[in-house]
Design a binder for this molecule. Sequence first.
Ligand code: MG
Length: 398
Amino acid sequence: MRIAALIVAAGRGSRTGLNSPKQYANLNQKTVLAHALDVFSLHPSVDLVQVVVHPEDTALYAKTVCSLSSTEKVLSSLHGGQTRQESVLLGLEGLSTHHPDIVLIHDAARPFVTKEVIDTVLGALKRARAVVPALKVKDTLKKADPEGGILGTIPREHLWLAQTPQGFYYDDILSAHRKAASLHLHEFTDDSALAEWAKISVRVVEGTSENSKITTAQDLIDAHKKIEHLMSKNMQPRIGTGFDVHRFTSGHSVWLCGVEIPHSQSLEGHSDADVGLHALTDALLGAIGDGDIGLHFPPSDPQWKGAASHLFLSDAARRVRIKGGSIVNVDVTLLCEEPRIGPHRTAMQNRIAQILSISVDRIGIKATTTEGLGFTGRREGIACLATALVLPPFSSDL
Ligand code: MG
């Protein structure tokens, strides 16, 4: 299933009172659009992200791209049209060469879209042709004349407030948009209205009040407050620990912390059995709450047989960085009677520095015997403890 996100950012709306359109307003060092873009491009199920921009906003968009956590999935932007509907059609046409199965159409002015909302929409698309996240109307609805005279009360039962991202099967929504354009129908206020007109059945799913749209100056002030609240929550450093053990087996060398050390025995394991890099990989994964080494590289998977463990460690570092985190320092303690670690400490530090792309002075390598006690004392194997400190901001949370 190939999933594309189409972000509509070509609007001119400036009820915020700013000189630039609201999607380029600054929210904590990033534009409103960049916040939305990051959520989609960091989502594991989203393969492609297409943005539609106004031709006059090229410079603003270029600046937005520079602040993204990852640009890997972001396609070159396309120019929008006179109306939102026209911009969506241009975006959908632009995606045709990439053959997506599903497209999530999202308004750039909703920077607080979450991974959970995307998951809900994608999940519902397994049972529906089109999906709209929406909020149930809670307040009593009144109809009034222009002077404020009440004309009546509208029953709120069955009424929902539509949000984005709205999810569609790509072929459905593209042909619906083409048909509407060919009949010069340009009045649809969102894509689900157009889908309804085209007789595509649309389902509503529960959205979140968090996923609000920025329209007015007050919305922007509220968004700043929300970001500040999230920032204070997500500016905290995170720590992780890892522990691993491998037993000795016959052989002539052991791999420890990425360095091969000649020894009278080897360590047994599915990969190269580098107990140091395994513990360190788990420490990094622990710091970002992303499972453990066995989850990402199952020992049952033959492709990791005899694998060099630097692959595991560099993958963990990539996972930290894709979340926006940076690795401050790591500390490793090897528990063994032999081999002696001291002579190899510098080589180990250099190797880990290289794998993690951090400086050597941020890598601690220590070793201790266990005074002849326990399995390490009996020279049955080597154990390792590791700690990693990771600093925010974690962009995926903002
Ligand atoms: Mg291991």
